[in-house]
Design a protein around this ligand. Structure first.
Ligand code: KIV
Ligand code: ZN
Length: 447
């Protein structure tokens, strides 16, 4: 049992996330992702915006019917037709939530909604009242909160709390705020809004300046207890705060963020891969937590350190986020330790002299191609150690599953699928490893 404060994780991949270009999903795909989010342990799934389209309505309905553990939220503008449609879509949900939003910044009131502040306040209050008459769990979002005049923002929030809102979500709709500023805004809301102790404050940050996760963490430190986020950080424009980054930041740094979530870390990678597979939008290789390179070490000094003790260069284990294994990419910066390790995995153990020999050739090859893959290495081993080359064998063949797969050209999934991405070199076929150029300095000698 831990005494850490619990943070509610509200996933909006199926709503705000789906609004990102190229990320729209059909109903079956939404259902698959919703099941994965359930397995992942999120507390709330925002399943869609039912008034927006028939497809959205049906998706919210279908998810409500079969995903029973998390709260299912449906988005709605602050008007009767939207609220009633959202409620209709949520009919089968075990734990429904209506999420009402209305812009409150002067820019939005003047140019988009063409209404006064007083009209806005009255509409927000009436809409929450209507939603509350249908559903106990009502969330209200003052859109563009971070560009809203703070006194007016607090007046709107006073009114919606009085009307029955149970969650106040504070969106940084345009990704404009800074961490300390956003933390201050949450603190102001906590200090000034009447009845705030009865409701949950939530943060909803966009990533236009690359600060969505930092702003979300600042909000938590200032008292927010719900975070709205998406898998892989997908969402409008530059995206939303990434779920996996928020969760792992708190998990890796409990000294700074003594909070817990119900997210099962081991399912993070699977959720990221599934979303990418469904949308066809790849995860950028250097994406924190779930990118292909998030646990890849190419520099020799790093590889050597990780092999001796992963703590040297890894602040979390790949397994803790569901990545099959740490990735040692063999390239020109790799050291002999990593090379020996990979050869062993392929079934070859070298004595010191043989390893020196193969290492020199390996560096020359790596200088010509980007990543040295298993088949390159096997060819290099064969070239270097032809059977008749030595009376006493310098290499010893050891049986491993990986070796069997590599030498038979098996199409079985590799043991560590991320280790050597295929076609990375643009070289599907064998690369000649035997071309002997001038001796290159073994600059990683001893690493
Ligand atoms: O970014 C935003 O303001 C939103 C609201 C609808 C919550 O997505
Ligand atoms: Zn948003």
């Amino acid at each position: 049992m831990t005494d850490r404060v619990r943070i509610t994780v509200f996933d909006t991949s199926l709503r705000d996330g789906e609004q990102s270009p190229g990320c729209s999903m059909n109903q079956q795909e939404k259902l698959r992702l919703a099941h994965q989010l359930d397995r992942l342990g999120v507390d709330v799934i925002e399943a869609g915006f039912p008034i927006a389209s028939e497809g959205d309505f049906e998706a919210v309905r279908a998810i409500s019917a079969v995903v029973r553990r998390p709260i299912i939220a449906a988005l709605s503008r602050a008007c009767r037709p939207d609220i009633e449609r959202a409620w209709q879509a949520l009919q089968g949900a075990a734990r429904p939530r209506i999420h009402v939003f209305l812009a409150t910044s002067d820019i939005h009131l003047q140019y988009k909604l063409r209404m006064t502040r007083d009209e806005c306040l009255a509409q927000a209050r009436d809409a929450v009242r209507l939603a509350k008459s249908l559903c106990d769990d009502v969330e209200f979002s003052p859109e563009d909160a971070t560009r809203t005049e703070p006194d007016f923002l607090c007046r709107v929030l006073d009114a919606v709390v009085e009307a029955g809102a149970t969650t106040l979500n504070i969106p940084d709709t345009v990704g404009y705020t800074m961490p300390t500023e956003f933390g201050d805004l949450i603190a102001t809301i906590r200090r000034r809004v009447k009845g705030i102790e009865k409701v949950t404050i939530s943060a909803h940050c966009h990533n236009d300046l690359g600060l969505a996760v930092a702003n979300t963490l600042a909000a938590i430190a200032a008292g927010a207890r719900q975070v709205e986020c998406t898998i892989n950080g997908i969402g409008e424009r530059a995206g939303n705060a990434s779920l996996e980054e928020i969760v792992m930041a708190m998990r890796v740094r409990p000294d700074r963020y003594p909070y817990e979530t119900s997210v099962v870390g081991e399912h993070l990678f699977g959720a990221s891969q599934l979303l990418s597979e469904i949308t066809g939008v790849p995860v950028q290789p250097n994406k924190a937590i779930t990118g292909r390179n998030a646990f890849a070490h190419e520099a020799g000094i790093h590889q050597d350190g990780v092999l001796k003790n992963p703590l040297t260069y890894e602040i979390m284990t790949p397994q803790s986020v569901g990545v099959p294994d740490s990735t040692l990419v063999l390239g020109k910066h790799s050291g002999r330790h990593a090379l020996a390790m990979r050869c062993e995995q392929l079934g070859y153990q070298f004595n010191r002299r043989a390893l020196d020999d193969i290492y020199r050739r390996f560096v020359r090859l790596a200088d010509r191609i980007k990543h040295v893959e298993d088949h390159h290495l096997l060819e290099l081993i064969r070239e270097t150690h032809k059977p008749a080359a030595s009376a006493t064998p310098l290499i010893e063949r050891i049986p491993t599953a990986l070796a069997a797969a590599a030498s038979t050209g098996s199409h079985e999934p590799p043991v560590r699928p991320l280790v050597f991405p295929t076609a990375e070199n643009g070289a599907g076929g064998p690369v000649s490893v035997s071309a002997d150029h001038h001796e290159q300095e073994d600059y990683l000698w001893g690493v």
